[in-house]
Design a protein around this ligand. Structure first.
Ligand code: ASP
Ligand code: MG
Length: 416
């Protein structure tokens, strides 16, 4: 008997019929003797619908109220699932985050989980119940309802699994695992049987939107055995088969196999880059530029500072395209007024493409192979950054798909 957490995404919870299928699958696991906690998302489209209602009334609604509204989506799907389980003859109870309690900080619309009280969950599991806990939401120290950011149910599930020291966290979704790249961009993309948590982190952060990035961080920190698998298979397929399907996120140190040099090609279409020309090169400048950006909660990704000439340097960084205008406005206020830079340039039509693989640590020549491939395709590289296990380039968004396909091929990701 094992404690297993199941997470079902919006598509899997998309209709009462699908919810009944989820209940059948969960019932199968319960009958095999496992203790199951289910963390569902809102029914597909529901969170968007709820947030849009608020925007009909105000262009910039209060984040606290947005959370109050958005959290209801998961409350509905959780209750429906508990009823569906009861109809399957399974004793089941659903809880909202504040009932468990899932404690978070107070960063409305992007709150972080601090702690999960496992006492109620364990008592119910030991009483033979399937426990359903709303994804995406929690409660802050003042009792306000918070949400964890879009896609946050993944993080809820992994955090619940960590709190319970569950044997496995199964993320059921509308794809059957993690692919070498997005199959919609490259038709030769292949499902990976396993991927290390560090590679997954890079893939998720680089925009392979299978899992919310925070869930992967959580899985890594607490060593939660996490598997991404399809919720669209027949719910009654044999358990042994289901347990081996999808993609398992592994830990490099536990792995006995030699890793592939490159595991995947990640990309992010919607980036923007900002360059500040002729910044005086003195201590504190990077902080003065990026401080206001961080305060506004804008994610900065790649950062490049040039070699300085005549005590002046250029400073470039990327932000999500949706935050581009906000970042520019902030900089015009802070940098141009107070630091005295010459000019601020921006380009909101860039994309990032990265090759990712832990095998890079022990192999040379990956970067040159990547750059040669891009040059053969006539693609100009605007920025480059690297880490131990990834190389990223920023390029014109027009060439993103071409770059992904060419790199997928040259690194032979279509072959096992
Ligand atoms: N319902 C939330 C969203 O749409 C959370 C999730 O689905 O993971 O973002
Ligand atoms: Mg999701």
């Amino acid at each position: 008997m094992a404690i297993i957490v199941h997470k079902y995404g919006g598509t899997s919870m998309g209709s009462t019929e699908r919810i009944q299928n989820v209940a059948k699958r969960v019932a199968k696991w319960m009958r095999a003797g496992h203790q199951i906690v289910v963390v569902p998302s809102a029914m597909s489209g529901e969170t968007n619908r709820l947030l849009a209602l608020a925007k009909e009334i105000a262009p910039n609604p209060s984040p606290r109220e947005l959370d109050q509204i958005a959290a209801t989506g998961e409350q509905v799907s959780s209750g429906l699932l508990a009823i569906a389980l009861q109809e399957q003859g399974i004793d089941s109870i659903s809880y909202a985050g504040w009932q468990v309690m899932v404690r978070t900080d107070s960063a409305f619309t992007k709150a972080r989980i601090m702690e999960i009280d496992d006492s109620k969950i364990l008592a119910d599991l030991n009483a033979g119940k399937a426990v359903v806990i709303t994804g995406f939401q929690g409660v802050d120290p003042d009792g306000n309802i918070t949400t964890l950011g879009r896609g946050g149910s993944d993080t809820s599930a992994v955090a619940v699994a960590a709190a319970l020291k569950a044997d496995e966290c199964l993320i059921y979704t509308d794809v059957d695992g993690v692919y070498t790249t997005d199959p919609r961009v490259c038709e030769d993309a292949r499902r990976l049987d396993h991927i290390t948590f560090e590679e997954m982190l890079e893939m998720a952060s680089l925009g392979s939107k299978v899992l919310q990035i925070r869930s992967v961080e959580f899985a890594g920190k607490y060593k939660v055995k996490t598997r991404v698998l399809s919720s669209l298979t027949d719910p009654m397929i044999p358990l042994e088969q289901e347990m081996k399907s999808g993609t398992l996120i592994t830990f490099e140190e536990d792995s006995t196999m030699e890793a592939a040099v490159i595991s995947g090609i990640a990309f992010n279409r919607d980036e923007a880059k900002i360059t500040i020309i002729d910044v005086p090169d003195r201590p504190g400048i990077a902080y003065q530029i990026l401080g206001p950006i961080a305060e506004a909660n804008i994610d900065v990704d790649m950062i490049i500072q040039n070699q300085s000439v005549d005590s002046k340097t250029d400073f470039t960084f990327t932000v999500p395209r949706a935050e581009y205008q906000k970042a520019l406005d902030l900089l015009k206020n802070s940098v141009q007024k107070h630091i005295g830079a010459k000019e601020i340039l921006g380009d909101a039509k860039v994309s990032k493409v990265s090759v990712v693989g832990v095998g890079m640590r022990s192999h040379v020549g990956v970067a040159s192979k990547m750059f040669r491939t891009l040059s053969e395709e006539g693609i100009n590289i605007l920025m480059i950054s690297t880490s131990e296990i990834k190389i990223s380039v920023v390029i014109d968004e027009k060439y993103m798909e071409l770059a992904v396909r060419a790199l997928h091929k040259v690194f032979e990701l279509d072959q096992k």
